[in-house]
Write a protein that binds this ligand. Structure first.
Ligand code: GDP
Length: 296
């Protein structure tokens, strides 16, 4: 189920209840049941759904509602707040510091949007006064370095890569060392992906991580990933222990699909979302506006 359908279903459950003439506890329980069923179908962790059910029941506390209380508003607010909690892991993402080198490594499957997002993020920090640069450690995909070069040149971001070195961890190490010497403050390392999760890819991730010891590893997830998001992000988390997620292509039909599952499965904050193919199409993620959009 894509996220838009999830939003629609939750919205329908809430409005069916709040519009009904018979807003009693039984109908209220029915709404919670429907919301939980929708979340479970969207691969949200069973335990989290259980917590959400409990919290909504406790907040609304149907049996002890004071007469005259606006039940409709209370229920709407309880559902909204609990959904926000679901996408808010309450973990502070890493923030680069000025005056030192901050190394950020990207991981994700091929086509997820890593190379595009690397440049967007480098430009983002550049425009905030950080000396930013890019390292292409993707020696797997032919043309990867050219793509990064083109993007970086357009954005006027210094870059490092090699057309001859085939070991990505060597390229990564050399690039990061050079930029550290030159006192760059944000050094973003792009890595290769594969079409599917593969041991090769995971081995490579670990080697590059060892070579550059990043301050932050970011997993890039395509919004259309849907039901695979939970399993995939868990597998990446176990190997690369990323500390942040960026969801790309939220401008497409999926509109952020998989985000809830990935955050819930890995307790990792989404830091940005990609909203288009252009350099400036990167937005900071925050749970409240995301849930508002989800519920339409
Ligand atoms: P990589 O293989 O992970 O490095 O993926 P790329 O950066 O090459 O991106 C794959 C495709 O997705 C490219 O055509 C990008 O232009 C496109 N893309 C990346 N991010 C976004 C986004 O936020 N929105 C849209 N519409 N397209 C994106």
């Amino acid at each position: 189920m894509v996220l838009q359908d999830l939003g629609r279903r939750i919205n329908a459950a809430v409005s069916d209840l709040t519009r009904s003439s018979n807003l009693d506890e039984k109908a209220f329980d029915g709404m919670i049941k429907e919301i939980c069923a929708a979340l479970l179908e969207a691969d949200v962790n069973v335990k989290l759904v259980g917590n959400l059910r409990k919290s909504i029941k406790q907040t609304v506390n149907f049996k002890e509602l004071a007469p005259g209380v606006n039940k409709k508003r209370l229920i709407q607010k309880a559902v909204f707040d609990e959904l926000v909690k679901l996408v808010d892991p309450h973990a502070e993402p890493f923030k680069p510091k000025k005056g030192r080198s901050n190394v950020i490594m990207f991981v994700g499957l091929q086509g997820a949007g890593k190379t595009t997002t690397c440049t967007k993020l480098a430009r983002h920090y550049q425009s905030r006064g950080f000396r930013s640069c890019l390292v292409c450690a993707d020696t797997f995909r032919a043309g990867a370095f050219d793509q990064l070069k083109q993007n970086a040149t357009k954005a006027k971001i210094p870059y490092y890569g090699s057309l001859t070195q085939t070991d990505p961890s060597i390229v990564a190490r050399e690039g990061v060392e050079q930029f550290k010497k030159e006192r760059f403050e944000v050094i973003i390392v792009d890595t290769s992906g594969r079409h599917r999760q593969e041991q090769d890819l995971f081995d490579e991730m670990v080697q590059i991580q060892r070579a550059v010891t990043p301050d932050q590893t970011i997993m890039v997830l395509d919004a259309s990933i849907g039901q695979q998001a939970e399993a995939q992000s868990k597998a990446f988390k176990e190997t690369a222990d990323f500390g942040a997620i960026i969801i790309t292509k939220t401008d497409g039909n999926a509109s952020g699909g998989g985000a809830i599952s990935a955050v819930a499965a890995t307790h990792t904050p989404i830091v940005f979302i990609g909203t288009g193919e252009h350099m400036l199409d990167l937005e900071r993620f925050s749970p409240q506006p995301f849930v508002s959009k989800l519920l339409g």
